[in-house]
Design a protein around this ligand. Structure first.
Ligand code: NAP
Length: 261
């Protein structure tokens, strides 16, 4: 057993989550891997045990299913060896908003919003009581860009960013690190699963590069890591502009422009 905290990674059967599993295993962390595809999880676990010697547990779960999700919540609550949660599982939807049924929209919200929120709620009290722990949430640059035409997906990722930043304020002083990772287009199955051709995109990051960059941000304890963004000062300026709005919200009366003449 490793003396480092174990890492629970959702959506670890392929893509970004599988690379996180590989990298944390090489750093000597035991793993708890979550996804629906048992065979793929087993193949990854077998390789990582053989190559790195860490212990790897598998939890097959559909995170859009409340009963399955509850099992993962229990594990996070009860297993004190788990000191890092990576909320990575996620999906997108084919087509535009008008093509998406209410059930499809609700299913995406269940996976991209409810699951990370519930898993975080399950583990955060334990981490805060211990005064340590880390929560990594996979957002997306699309959550900053309503103009990019991925309405519900983008909204779920805006939620992930807000959740992460607000938790930084609340849990940071208690010793818990929360990171939001915002990839742009990255070469994984997510595109094909949503009926999109990744090769038609102007620029696509390789998944190893994305995760290695995200882990540099993790090691630096960055609150928000945006691997593709060349100029970090742009993000800092956007954050400063947003924060400058906040004092203006504390007013008992409507702004002058909303008062009847
Ligand atoms: P991916 O290759 O499609 O992998 C998604 C992972 O989530 C798989 O392991 C999948 O495993 C799991 N998953 C999907 N639905 C699930 C469910 N209902 N229950 C449990 N697990 C489920 O996608 P990815 O690109 O690696 O995406 C990982 C995260 O990065 C997502 O949150 C995504 O929104 C975000 N992201 C990706 C990109 C990109 O361009 N790739 C860009 C920005 C953000 P099973 O099918 O075995 O369940």
């Amino acid at each position: 057993m490793s003396d480092q905290p174990a890492v629970l990674i959702t959506g670890a059967s392929t893509g970004i989550g599988a690379v996180y599993a590989d990298r944390f295993a090489r750093r000597g962390h035991d793993l708890v891997l979550v996804a629906r595809d048992q065979a793929r999880l087993e193949a990854l676990a077998e390789r990582l045990r053989r190559e790195t010697g860490v212990a790897v547990d598998l939890l097959r779960a559909d995170l859009a299913d409340a009963a399955d999700l509850a099992k993962i919540e229990d594990r996070l609550r009860e297993d004190a060896r788990i000191g890092v949660l990576v909320n990575n599982a996620g999906a997108s939807l084919p087509g535009g908003f008008l093509d998406q049924s209410p059930d499809a929209v609700a299913g995406l919200v269940a996976l991209n919003v409810t699951a990370p929120a519930r898993l975080t709620a399950a583990v955060a009290p334990r981490f805060a009581a211990e005064g340590r722990g880390a929560i990594v949430n996979l957002g997306s640059v699309i959550g900053l860009a309503p103009e990019m035409g991925a309405t519900v997906y983008g909204a779920t990722k805006a939620f992930v960013l807000f959740l992460s930043q607000s938790l930084q304020t609340e849990l940071g002083p208690k010793g818990v690190y929360v990171q939001a990772v915002l990839p742009a287009a990255t070469r994984t199955e997510i595109w094909e699963r949503a009926g999109k051709d990744v090769n038609a995109l102007p620029a696509v990051m390789e998944v190893d590069d994305l995760v290695d960059a995200a882990l540099l941000g993790f090691d630096r304890r960055e609150p928000v890591t945006i691997p593709p963004l060349p100029d970090a000062a742009q993000w800092e300026a956007a954050e400063a502009a947003r924060q400058a709005l906040i004092p203006g919200f504390a007013n008992a009366r409507p702004a002058e422009r909303y008062r009847a003449a």
